[in-house]
Structures are given as C-alpha cells and as structure tokens.
Design a binder for this molecule. Structure first.
Ligand code: TRP
Length: 464
C-alpha cells in the first residue's frame, strides 16, 4: 500500500538531484577537517579500519532507513515520526526522536558554522600569498594568531551562517541543486591533485602506514566510540537531515542504490583527505594529534610550496567552503521544515530564526579558542563538549532510535514497499537494521564507558 502523500516543500527534480544533495550534505568539513584530525588523535590505522566497518554495517543500513522513513512520511522528521507512529499503531512519543534531532542539529550548526568561517578566512589568506614559502612554525603562528582574535572569528562565523540562511530561505531546488552538480566533482579533482602532490613528499610512506596499518594496541575504547561518532557525523545521520532530504525524494527512486553511492562518495573523500594531509604532517614534523587545527596548518604548508599553490590553494578553500555550505543547509532543514509545517512561517522567516539561534550559540565556540580557552568541563572546551556530545552521543542515539523504529516498529509491508527490495536484499537490510546496527551501537557505548569488559567477565568471556 504505497502512500499518496507528497511534500509541501517540493521534490527533487530527479534521483540524481537527490544523490547530489545528499552527497552535498554528507561531504563537508566532516570529511576534510574532522576525519583527519580525529583519526590523528586516535592513532590512525585501527581507527580508520573501525570507521570503515561502522560506515558499512551501521551507516549504510541506517541511512537507508532514514531515507525510507522520510519518503514515507513526507514531512519534517518530527511530523514524519508522528505520522508513521500513528499509522503503525505505535506511541506518538516516537516524535521526540525528531525533536532530539532538531536540538542536535542546532548544536552542530553552531560550531560547524564557526569552522566554516575559518575556511572562508583561509580563502583570503592563501589567496594573498601569506603562506608562500612558509615553514611549519610559520603556518602554526598564522593559525594561532587567527584564532586568538574573537572578533575576527565572530565576523567569519556571521558570514558563513548568513550564506547558509540565504540558501535555506530559497528552498530546495533553486541554486543548490545546480551548484552541487559542478562543485562536488571539482572538489574531488582538486583533492586527487593534492594526493598526487603528497605522494611525492618524504612523508608518504609513513602516512600510508599510519592510515592503513591497524595497530590495535593504539586504540582506546574511546577511539572506537570516536570512529562510530565520525561515521554518523560524516554521513549526516542520526538527526533527521537525511530523513528530511528523503522526504523530497520521488517515489520510484531506489533507496538502496542511492545510499551506496552516497556512502561510497563520502568515504572516498575522507580517505583522499587523509592521504593528502598526513604525508605533509610527517614530512614537516607537525603532530598528527594537532586536533581541530590540523588541516589549517598542513594544507597551507603544502600550498606554500607546490607550484601554482597559491591558485590551487585558493580554489581548494573555496570548494571546501562550498562543501561546508551544502552540509550546513542540511543541518537546519529539519528545523526549518517543522517551523513551516507547524507554525505556518515562511521559509525565509524559518531560516532566519533558526540561523539566529545557532549564531548566538556559536559565540561559545568562537570564545572557546581564545578567551575561554582555559574554561573546561570534563577536560573539554565549549567547542570540544558540543562536538563530543553531538557526534559521539546524540547522533548514535538518534541512529539507534531510527533503526529500532524502522526495523521493529514499522510493519514489514511498509518497509518492503518503501524500500522496493525483495528476497535476500530485503532480508539483509532487515537483519542489519534490526540486530546488527542497534547491537553494535549499544556495544560501542558500553565499551566506551568500560561496562562491556565487566559484563563480559560476568558471563566468563575474555575482554575484547
Ligand atoms: N556530514 C557533514 C560533514 O561531514 C556534516 C553534516 C551535515 C551533519 N548534516 C549533518 C552532521 C547532520 C550530522 C548530522 O561535514
């Protein structure tokens, strides 16, 4: 029984448009900024391996489920959950999952926009030739000076968020679809060029080993949680972003095929980013554990020395800013869609209102790199806490709820019909989403708080 529902917000013009938009959402700062630095902080190879496993067995089935629920409900995640829960005779409380997503999105946007602002600022620094011939100390001091100025960071954060609000206000089709079509492939090509450059530096062998030779001894339980969190963050899962994009997808597009395309593109970009960045880290004596500043030091260093680096570098940061932009709009779309549906606001009002909230909260992230640098809670700055709370806790919990709802609460008829899968393919999805994904999310949580070892020893099994 296919539903006849349509979305009041419009539809993508084609399956390709959806793939581009969803890839635009997935590919962003998470791949090029966050993946290398989290991998660096967590010891490399083993982290990367676990990350890939998480993408394949948790990310892919949950992404399919989010798209499926979105397309079936055809409304903002909050209302989609409410509608579907009603139809299936489940508790209306399921719609709180949608609310949790809206809250997570708001927290994510607040810091995402600050880092997006950094990429904008770096377009001009690289463009002005600030890094030509720079040393590792040079790029570090430029970065340190840059983040120590709260007013500058605030200004760039404001610019980035304003750009996000403008696109969101204009709606799903105009502008965005077209921009993504050219900019994403361009970013990919530039990244390949960067990898080519990095291959010829002295650090390539060491970087390759760092990224692909798993040393399980270096991996802490927190690293496993970080890998899972990164998979959720990078694939835009667990807060309704992909669900709301799914609600604009035409009825007959294959959800399984689109998901695999998106996940493969997203993972490819992350790996390329790692291969472009770590050789420079090792060749120039920077630290893989440098944290959130990693790419803002390594990339300028590379651009400062490669032929045509000023031009390439400028272009690279332009494309990175674009990738960040196409991600940021997906983070506020669930909020915006809800404000339009339930409060009757125009898209413009909804976009501005959500943006302003995230802007204000973003001030905390701005200050956490300078004036509030030493104000920490649980050893984390304001930015560190937000990042940790969203990626490692809220998104996996959101994903868990999506898996449980899609796998256990939705009837077989509904999921089979919406996914358009038969036989073994459907069976595989169902096993992954009912058992594998939820169990793994729970196991990783228990592992990270040290409960898993205790439980295993109770039942007489060796620890992992
Ligand atoms: N996936 C994006 C990135 O890698 C960020 C992002 C967009 C996101 N939408 C999201 C993260 C929803 C979590 C949830 O940069």
């Amino acid at each position: 029984m296919p539903t006849k529902r349509t979305s009041i917000h419009g539809e993508w013009s084609s399956r390709l448009a959806f793939i581009l938009a969803a890839t635009g959402s997935a590919v962003g700062l998470g791949n090029i900024w966050r993946f290398p630095y989290i991998a660096g902080e967590n010891g490399g190879g083993a982290f990367v391996l676990i990350y890939l496993v998480c993408v394949a067995v948790i990310g892919v089935p949950i992404m399919m489920t989010e798209i499926m629920l979105g397309r079936r409900g055809r409304r903002s995640p909050i209302n989609t959950m409410l509608t579907l829960a009603g139809e299936e005779g489940r508790s209306p409380r399921w719609h709180y999952v949608g609310w949790a997503g809206v809250v997570a999105g708001f927290l994510i946007l607040s810091f995402y926009s600050v880092i997006g602002g950094w990429t904008l600022a770096y377009i001009f620094r690289v463009g002005a030739g600030v890094f030509t011939g720079a040393t590792a100390e040079g790029v570090t001091s430029v970065f340190d000076r840059f983040v120590s100025d709260p007013e500058g960071l605030l200004a760039w954060h404001t610019v980035f968020l304003t750009m996000t609000m403008i696109i969101t206000a204009r709606g799903v089709r105009s502008g965005l679809e077209r921009a993504v079509r050219y900019l994403m492939p361009a970013l990919f090509v530039l990244l390949v060029i960067m990898v080519g450059y990095a291959m010829n530096t002295a650090g390539f062998g060491q970087a390759f080993e760092f990224l692909f030779k798993p040393d399980l001894g270096k991996l802490k339980p927190q690293g496993v949680l970080a890998a899972m969190g990164q998979a959720f963050f990078s694939l835009s899962l667990g807060m309704g972003a992909i669900m709301v994009y799914g609600s604009y997808l035409q009825r007959h597009a294959s959800i399984a095929r689109t998901t695999i395309t998106i996940a493969a593109a997203d993972t490819g970009v992350a790996i390329l980013a790692g291969l472009a960045i770590f050789p420079l880290v090792f060749a120039s004596g920077l630290e893989p554990e440098a944290g959130s500043s990693l790419i803002f030091k390594t990339l300028p260093l590379a651009f400062g020395h490669m032929p045509g680096g000023r031009l390439f570098g400028t272009l690279f940061f332009v494309l990175l800013a674009f990738a960040a932009w196409t991600s940021a709009i997906s983070v506020i779309e669930p909020m915006v869609a809800w404000l339009v549906e339930n409060r009757g606001h125009s898209r413009v009002y909804a976009a501005v209102a959500s943006g302003l909230g995230a802007w204000a909260l973003g001030i905390g992230t701005v200050l956490s790199f300078n004036l509030w640098e030493d104000r920490t809670l649980l050893g984390q700055t304001f930015f560190g806490l937000l990042d940790y709370l969203t990626a490692n806790i809220l998104l996996p919990l959101g994903g868990l709820a999506v898996a449980v709802f899609g796998g256990w609460m939705l009837s077989r008829v509904a999921s089979r019909d919406e996914l358009g899968l038969q036989g073994r393919a459907y069976g595989t999805w169902r096993v992954l989403v009912r058992y594998v994904a939820p169990v793994l999310v729970v196991v990783v949580f228990l592992d990270s708080i040290g409960v898993l070892d205790t439980l295993l020893s109770w039942v007489g099994l060796p620890s992992l």
